[in-house]
Ligand binder design. Structure first.
Ligand code: FVH
Length: 295
């Protein structure tokens, strides 16, 4: 160990899947003493050769460092792995993707066992980890004090974004952003399906699609946010009446091209419901409220 290693916070990492392994390498490269545990020990072998200490059990791994980072498959695997481990005095940082309710319950569970808790939602894929220019980051929520205490160590693999004391907020931000991503993926899949089978090169089509989505999504996101904040849902340029009138064109084109409308039809039905509920002058901002189930 070098003198530099001694100054860095020791980290324990539970979980050496694709993401855990990528995280581990950055802490090792930055000189943090790293103890790792994985259910399948063979996955730790390469990291052992790179300088990680491999624990034989979760208990041994948790005992090795105050800062214990968990990156397992899901909340159930976190419960299984940590069942029976002594968490007293540990700072548990859970980067496993969960629901907000699972994150809140896991925070209470950890605190009952004498640990401090931070939840994280990873906005990166493994190749982005350790590469600042890639723009990856982790949402953190829970104790701000704990976040500030470990901010420097947590910022080693990717950037950090603290989003509040509520332990469920990191998961909520994570799932909200990923849900928007899937909506965009759905639209792009439908667009490619429409041109499939025609003499249109998908590679030439891709930049047209990408540029259009990028041009539309920024103003839509900003305009919706402003509307929700102010309560002014009017949209004189692209109101719901105009948009609903256009939906048969999209559905008929899908039919003509032999494409299932299953991805776009639900949004069109929501727009129709919005028009009926709100009137012609409002835009798509009002649809947000229609999605929220009351009570
Ligand atoms: N990889 C990605 O692109 C995404 C990016 C965004 C964030 N996610 C989340 O990160 C968590 C871990 O994902 P991962 O990519 O490391 O996942 P896997 O490669 O499948 O590794 C899963 C690890 O979990 C261990 N594990 C599974 N079940 C159990 C269990 N019952 N008890 C103990 N450990 C368990 C598994 O162990 P093993 O199969 O090697 O023995 C791996 O270590 C995840 O929440 C993503 O949603 C990644």
């Amino acid at each position: 160990m070098t003198a530099n290693t001694h100054r860095k916070t020791p980290v324990t990492l539970l979980g050496l899947g694709a993401m855990g392994t990528a995280l581990a390498r950055t802490w090792l490269a930055a000189g943090h003493p790293l103890t790792v545990w994985n259910r399948t020990p063979a996955r730790a072998e390469a990291l052992a050769a790179e300088g990680a200490k491999v624990a034989d059990s979760v208990a041994e791994a948790v005992a090795a460092s105050t800062l214990v980072v968990v990156c397992l498959l899901d909340d159930a695997s976190v419960g299984t792995a940590l069942d029976g481990a002594d968490l007293t005095g540990r700072d548990l940082v859970n980067l496993t993707t969960t629901t907000p309710a699972q994150a809140r319950a896991r925070a209470a569970w950890a605190e009952e066992r004498g640990a401090r808790y931070l939840d994280g939602g990873i906005m990166a894929v493994p190749p982005m980890v350790g590469i600042p220019e890639a723009g990856g980051y982790v949402f953190y929520s829970g104790s701000r004090e704990l976040f500030e205490l470990h901010r420097e160590s947590l910022a080693v693999p990717v950037g950090t974004a603290y989003v509040g004391e509520d332990a469920g907020f990191a998961a909520l931000h994570d799932v909200a952003l990923l849900s928007a991503m899937y909506g965009m993926f759905a639209g792009a899949s439908h667009a490619f399906a429409l041109i499939r089978g025609e003499d249109i090169d998908p590679v030439a089509f891709a930049p047209l699609l990408g540029d259009w989505v990028r041009a539309m999504v920024g103003p839509m996101v900003d305009g919706t946010a402003r509307g929700l904040a102010s309560g002014a849902y009017d949209d004189s340029e692209s109101n719901l009446a105009m948009q609903v009138a256009g939906t048969p064109t999209f559905l008929t084109t899908a039919e003509e091209q032999g494409v299932s409308p299953e991805l776009i039809r639900p949004y069109f039905e929501l727009m129709r419901r919005g028009l009926a509920a709100s009137g012609a002058g409002e835009g798509t901002t009002s649809l947000v409220d229609l999605l929220v189930r009351k009570g």
